[in-house]
Design a binder for this molecule. Structure first.
Ligand code: 5GP
Ligand code: ZN
Length: 107
């Protein structure tokens, strides 16, 4: 498997993991664009939002709820933050494993 995020899930690549359960894992972005920059991903490989199916809805909801909890724990919720999915080529998606960016700590 060539996917770098699957390698992080399988602990074949190191990452600064901030949350993990059976379904999702969250880790600090290697190239942060804000004081808080976390990527929240499903453990099951899904390439892009384009590939989401109806049965993935709960998992996608869980990504958002996980990001919300990390934001709360990081102290950025009061001032606000950004949640971002880049999708495909025009969306600027560089890693082909769905990831939700949590970006906070600056405007
Ligand atoms: P995209 O442009 O696909 O939405 O975002 C990919 C993100 O993954 C980028 O912000 C990039 O810095 C981050 N990234 C790429 N490779 C790695 C890695 O090996 N480890 C970590 N922690 N982040 C990565
Ligand atoms: Zn993957």
């Amino acid at each position: 498997m060539e996917c770098i995020f699957c390698k992080i899930i399988n602990k074949e690549l190191p990452a600064d993991i901030v949350f993990e359960d059976d379904d999702v894992i969250a880790f600090n972005d290697i190239n942060p664009i804000a004081p808080v920059h976390v990527l929240v991903i499903p453990k099951r490989h899904i390439s892009s939002v384009v590939d989401i199916k109806s049965e993935d809805s709960d998992l996608m909801g869980k990504l958002i709820f996980t990001a919300k909890k990390i934001a709360d724990n990081s102290g950025v919720s009061q001032k606000g933050y950004k949640l971002l999915f880049r999708v495909g080529k025009d969306g600027g998606q560089e890693v082909q494993h769905i990831h939700l960016h949590l970006i906070g700590g600056k405007k």
